[in-house]
Ligand binder design. Structure first.
Ligand code: GLC
Length: 649
């Protein structure tokens, strides 16, 4: 609600600093005033009791104004274009790729020279894995940042990043980078000052003189990396204190109960926004608020923090959307899109990690019932928000969906997960997969899965055995997995290397800074000679690349697959097949996925349950037409296949 005193406070601040923001940019001023009450309420929820509350709020106002003042006219123009398009990021025309700049091509300047490769494939959105300074031996793939504004020399310079962004913007490509919100490297300036005993900076982290509180916290907090970084606190010998380190012992958790930390990180967010970032990936937002006696994950204040960030960004950099990297249970994930009055006003995106894991589940079992049992929750996503859909990313695959979903499909949850882990680690008899278990918890036997898309789909083993049939099957599996994530709604995000079928890269085992973390097996160093095979007819690389290219271009041609809350799951007629209907205007697209190693039969009745009954169906992948038959006859799907059937007639 409008609040005159807040309006006045901003005007006074501007008078004092001789700023006429209304005159300079009426639209910004209007957005800012319109959001001020929300910003203030959210801020007070977090910091109302803090002794520096008022000072912190003034600094917050200043941070927002500064951000907008420093925003370039070219970025403001982009903001206006996006605003005019409406929900620009729901479009079916965006396809992304996530990559490590150094492992993909060596450096940022070389990446600028690779834009043709992306254009050829159809990629128009890049997620650069963290490029800001991070100590080489203890970097967690860049997620332990020692300087949020300095590009690490391994990748190039800030100027290289800016040049790349400008080139991408000119070619209408979107850019995503990370803000590592939850923690800094122990080599960050704030951490170094804290080590030297500066109380101001010790208050930027959770630091304790002894183990009393750390022990209490540990009782309720799970271990994230139980194998290589057990516990949640690390002893800092320089200052003889214990610091909270939820992830690795070199990643210090920031203390967001301190408003100075919030303001400093918001300022960094704006620094990225003003570099021209289109979507900001907020790393690990589930962890940002800590409270004794809780798991310190998904707490209500972590949501308040995100909402506050969203309202501030909306005022000063409205063209930048926010992706919350919350890889949490399905019910928890939905909350990152906002609840109650903040529905659709928290994160614009979340990863559809549940769907990703469920696809791996269906691929191993050939049974789609668990996938279906989970959809009710996922369909609650509010209009105007979207998913990042994917089959693989730089992280492990967690089987984090609910036990109840597994039981609903008639399986025992413990045994079912055990089977999946053994299957993908290649331990199950006859399993074609070559993966590995990641972060096995010795107490609970919980584990996640590492491995590339190709290796988990059996390509590595098939090539090793020179088995042409198995190679063919693994390619079918790869495309089935990609197709479902491309057409389910949201921005598909490929992981680099998967477009050309790269199998696991074991070179990480020779690097002591990486060999303790088997996620590196699926973060390949691209061999561009091998990659050249995408141009050689009938090579594995060419088959996967050209099919992926085709999938992307098909998706771009079909506005019906834009993420407009226009998806209905088909009722199950065959446990091996999942299907959904995408509808837009009068268009109808039936998308079916057969996870069985055998042909599957679907009654024609499956196409008659939703509105007008189509007379014929045009299948985009095989480019064949089908007449819809009587209910006792069947539409037949080949093993590990998908169909994209447009209703007609
Ligand atoms: C996120 C990243 C992961 C990293 C963790 C800690 O989950 O995706 O790679 O280890 O955050 O920063």
């Amino acid at each position: 609600m409008y609040d005159f005193s807040l309006h006045n406070r901003i005007n006074k601040y501007c008078e004092q600093h001789k700023l006429d923001i209304g005159k300079a940019d009426q639209l910004f001023y209007t957005r800012f005033i319109a959001n001020t009450s929300s910003i203030h309420d959210l801020y007070m929820e977090l910091y109302g009791q803090h002794p520096n509350c008022e000072k912190g709020f003034d600094e917050l106002i200043q941070t927002i104004i500064k951000a907008h003042t420093e925003r370039s006219s070219s970025q403001k123009k982009e903001d206006a274009i996006k605003e005019k398009k409406g929900h620009w990021f729901l479009s079916n025309e965006i396809t992304g790729m996530s990559l490590y700049v150094d492992r993909f091509c060596g450096g940022l300047n070389k990446l600028a020279g690779k834009l043709d490769y992306f254009t050829k494939l159809g990629i128009n959105f890049l997620h650069l894995m963290p490029v800001f300074e991070s100590p080489a031996g203890e970097s967690d793939g860049g997620y332990a940042v020692s300087d949020f504004r300095k590009v690490d020399e391994r990748f190039g310079s800030l100027n290289d990043l800016q040049l790349l962004q400008q080139k991408m913007q000119a070619e209408k490509m979107y850019l995503m980078v990370d803000i590592v919100l939850n923690h800094t490297s122990q080599r960050h300036e704030w951490a170094e000052k804290a080590k030297k005993g500066d109380p101001v900076y010790q208050d930027y982290f959770y630091m304790y003189d002894n183990r009393v509180l750390p022990d209490k916290f540990d009782q309720a907090m799970p271990d994230i990396f139980p194998e290589n970084s057990p516990g949640n606190f690390t002893y800092v010998k320089e200052c003889e204190k214990w610091v909270m380190t939820v992830f690795h012992n070199y990643q210090w958790d920031l203390n967001y109960t301190n408003p100075a930390v919030f303001n400093a990180m918001l300022d960094t967010i704006f620094f990225y926004a003003n570099l021209g970032v289109d979507i900001l990936r907020i790393d690990a937002p589930a962890f940002t608020w800590k409270q004794l006696g809780t798991t310190c994950q998904n707490l209500p204040q972590a949501h308040t923090l995100l909402r506050l960030i969203k309202q501030c960004v909306q005022a000063a950099a409205p063209g930048m959307a926010l992706l919350g990297e919350a890889i949490v249970a399905p019910k928890e994930i939905m909350k990152y899109f906002g609840t109650d009055q903040y529905t659709g006003r928290e994160c614009d995106f979340a990863y559809n990690a549940t769907q990703m894991a469920l696809q791996w589940d269906a691929l191993a079992t050939g049974d789609t019932r668990v996938m279906l049992a989970a959809q009710q929750d996922l369909l609650q996503k509010p209009f105007g928000t979207s998913w990042i859909t994917y089959t693989r990313c730089h992280d492990d695959i967690g089987l984090g969906y609910d036990d109840s979903m597994i039981s609903a499909a008639g399986f025992n949850a413990y045994e079912h997960r055990k089977f999946l882990k053994n299957y993908y680690a290649g331990n199950h008899p006859g399993s074609p997969a070559t993966g590995a278990l990641f972060s096995v918890n010795p107490k609970t036997q919980d584990a996640r899965i590492s491995g590339t898309l190709a290796s988990l789909c059996g390509l590595e083993k098939a090539i090793e055995n020179k088995d042409a049939d198995e190679i063919d099957i693994s390619i079918r599996k790869i495309l089935l997995m990609q197709a479902q994530s491309f057409f389910i709604g949201g921005i598909p995000m490929l992981f680099y290397g998967d477009e050309a079928g790269h199998t696991n890269d074991y070179s990480y085992l020779n690097d002591p800074a990486k060999n303790y973390d088997n996620r590196w097996m699926h973060r390949p160093i691209i061999d561009w000679k091998k990659n050249e095979k995408i141009n050689e007819k009938n090579t594995v690389e060419e088959k996967i690349f050209s099919a992926t290219q085709r999938l992307i271009s098909l998706r771009k041609k079909l506005p019906v697959v834009a993420d407009l809350k226009n998806l209905t799951w088909l009722s199950p007629h065959n446990i091996h097949v999942t299907g959904f209907l995408r509808e837009y205007n009068n268009e109808k697209l039936y998308c079916l996925f057969n996870f069985s190693n055998k042909a599957s039969y679907i009654t024609w009745y499956a196409f008659k349950e939703h509105g007008k009954i189509p007379k014929e169906l045009y299948e985009y992948w095989s480019e064949k037409k089908y007449r819809v038959g009587p209910d006792h006859e069947y539409f037949v799907m080949e093993p590990y296949s998908f169909c994209l059937l447009e209703a007609g007639g």
